[in-house]
Ligand binder design. Structure first.
Ligand SMILES: Cc1ncc(COP(=O)(O)O)c(C=O)c1O
Length: 382
């Protein structure tokens, strides 16, 4: 494998992780790049000194963030993007906005993160069934399609499974949905910021992702893409000044929901989060998502190699090209996961216990040395 680590000098300017932390937990919560810290600090100092004197400039940052998100996911317009609290909120906007009929069903994947299960299960009182598909088979997409019948209104999946790192073929699923008049909803929190993502190419109706994983931002600010033709199909569940069409004309008594995706944002924006996410996305876009993806996947393949070289460790993640992401899950052949996890975290390896093993998730900037050392720490002879 011979992919050069991207511009090392600039990476050391951008990231300040201390040496005794081996950070392999981007699939959970990412550390902030220095430019995010700077943006937050600058915003805080401005607030302390001048309050909201420069609010119009904050709104410019908000506008810029929407443009960056548009570029990151190839949306047709910044107007297709709402800024919400988190992935779960965006999923709820979809689940509780659609006009369900008793007997309808949603087809999903078994073992989805709870955000993308609970929200559909919560529709049970309306008579909506959630069908969870086992995708541990030769043709996972076909397994999903086999669950579909005339009452299927929506396919809801994560682009990358959080517990295995398995990547579904979104183009194929989007195509199937289009042909069968089924809505397509993608929880993309384990892809966006790590892998190239194109909402138009996959023909998605709804896409959501909080910024605190691969997008390197803080928790509590998520993107929600809604295909323009679907916007008015979602009955609004939350109301306030910010979602109205003429939202700065406070004296006006008449109002309509905004025509744009701002209709899903009921009140004051999370300006602190906006400044932070705007900074982290600028880093990803300057690096270029093509390069970011290339390095994320090269790091994952290197991680696979290191794990496979160990006689003590067993890789659980599917390594099929096209199916891999930023995640690798493994277990120790002779040690239980709880013990191994405690040992690793005590020794500074930031990772997670997921999918029946230990999940490592390096990002594009993670040095090879960090990956190697973290695998060596797990490779304990028992
Ligand atoms: C697939 C997936 N969806 C959603 C979330 C988090 O959802 P939220 O942004 O609502 O906290 C996670 C976090 O681990 C996840 O892995």
């Amino acid at each position: 494998m011979n992919i050069k680590t991207p511009k090392t000098s600039s990476l050391s300017e951008e990231f300040s992780l201390v040496d005794d932390i081996l950070y392999l937990n981007h699939a959970a919560v990412a550390p902030w790049p220095n430019r995010v810290v700077d943006a937050i600090e600058k915003f805080s100092r401005e607030n302390a000194a001048q309050g909201s004197k420069y609010y119009p400039r904050w709104v410019e940052t908000e506008t810029h963030l929407r443009q960056q998100i548009q570029q990151l996911i190839n949306a047709g317009s910044p107007n297709d993007i709402a800024l919400l609290k988190n992935t779960s909120e965006a999923l709820s906007v979809v689940a509780f906005g659609l006009d369900w009929k008793a007997g309808d069903n949603v087809v999903s994947v078994a073992g989805e993160f709870p955000s993308n299960r609970v929200v559909w299960e919560a529709l049970a009182p309306k008579g909506v069934e959630l069908r969870k598909t086992d995708i541990q088979c030769n043709d996972p997409e076909q397994a999903l399609f086999d669950q579909v019948d005339a009452k299927t209104r929506l396919i809801a999946i994560s682009s990358v499974q959080y517990a295995t790192g398995f990547q579904l073929d979104l183009v194929r699923i989007g195509d199937f949905c289009q042909k069968n008049n089924i809505l397509f909803c993608v929880d993309a929190i384990q892809s966006i910021g790590a892998l190239q993502f194109d909402v138009q190419a996959i023909q998605a109706d709804f896409v959501m992702a909080d910024g605190h994983k691969w997008m390197l931002g803080p928790e509590g600010l998520a993107l929600f893409y809604c295909r323009p033709e679907r916007r008015e199909q979602l009955t609004l569940q939350q109301y306030g000044w910010h979602m109205t069409d003429a939202f700065i004309e406070f004296d006006r008594e008449d109002w309509k929901p905004a025509k744009t995706a701002r209709r899903f944002e009921c009140g004051s924006p999370n300006m602190l989060g906006i400044h932070a996410l705007n900074a982290s996305l600028s880093l990803l876009l300057e690096t270029g998502m093509h390069a970011v993806e290339e390095h994320v996947l090269a790091n994952t393949r290197y991680l696979f190699e290191c794990i496979n070289e160990s006689t003590q460790l067993e890789l659980l993640t599917d390594t099929t090209p096209g199916r891999i992401s930023g995640i690798a899950v493994f277990r120790h052949r002779n040690m239980d996961n709880d013990t191994l996890f405690s040992l690793l975290t005590e020794n500074g390896v930031m990772c997670a216990q997921r999918g029946g093993g230990i999940r490592y998730s390096p990002h594009y900037y993670t040095p090879r040395e960090t990956i190697k050392r973290a695998v060596e720490m797990a490779d304990i002879a028992v």
